[in-house]
Design a protein around this ligand. Structure first.
Ligand SMILES: CC(C)(COP(=O)(O)OP(=O)(O)OC[C@H]1O[C@@H](n2cnc3c(N)ncnc32)[C@H](O)[C@@H]1OP(=O)(O)O)[C@@H](O)C(=O)NCCC(=O)NCCS
Length: 170
């Protein structure tokens, strides 16, 4: 795993993404074709624009943070979609997490998730939930490495199934 100093030098700023970030976001997503192969779809500007504001059932826009992590040169190196208070109070749901392919395998992903967990623990969040696409071993192994465990039976989404996972903070 990357240590804190190495991560600090890789990630210089974090902010909510907006429509003007869509070209950079699309290019990051296009660098991960295997992820989209499991979904049987390809990333598009329109789909990503919709994802920026899409909410789980019963959630309000102020619960969602669609965050971009940038390096010193201003390049987008990771994206994280976070929904607070879902699926229950004191829970946080990770809807999407992706690292730029040129930065993968260097500990950026796991360091960002470790930092996120530490921060959420300080905010009295009790668990972090997510669901990965069944069969995607890269995703499964990544979340397992980050300490997440399976939390229920796979859920049918039509074209594919997703496997729920969670990390308990308390
Ligand atoms: C999954 C992903 C976020 C990992 O980011 P990363 O910065 O490369 O992750 P790290 O370097 O911190 O790797 C941490 C662990 O993840 C696992 N992992 C990462 N890439 C992997 C791969 N290609 N195959 C299998 N396991 C992998 C390993 O266990 C690794 O630990 P190790 O290096 O000690 O073996 C990144 O590969 C990605 O964006 N993939 C496409 C999108 C995706 O699958 N997102 C998650 C589901 S929402």
């Amino acid at each position: 795993m990357m240590n804190g100093d190495a991560l600090s030098s890789a990630v210089m700023s974090v902010r909510k993404l907006s429509h003007s970030d869509l070209p950079a976001l699309l290019s990051l997503c296009l660098g991960n074709p295997q992820y989209y192969a499991f979904l049987d779809e390809e990333p598009t500007m329109d789909a990503l624009a919709a994802e920026m504001t899409e909410l789980p059932p019963g959630c309000l826009p102020n619960q969602k943070s669609y965050l971009g992590f940038f390096d010193a040169g201003g390049d987008l190196i990771a994206v994280l979609d976070l929904v607070r208070g879902y699926p229950a109070e004191r829970s946080v749901f990770i809807g999407f997490f992706m690292v730029c392919v040129s930065r993968q395998g260097a500990g950026v992903g796991s360091s960002l998730i470790t930092r996120l967990r530490d921060r959420l623990r300080g905010e009295s969040v009790s668990r972090v939930r997510l669901a990965y696409v069944e069969g995607n071993e890269q995703s499964r192994r990544f979340w397992e490495k980050c300490g997440f465990v399976e939390a229920g039976a796979p859920i049918d989404q039509g074209e594919y199934r997703v496997v729920p996972m969670e990390y308990r903070l308390t």
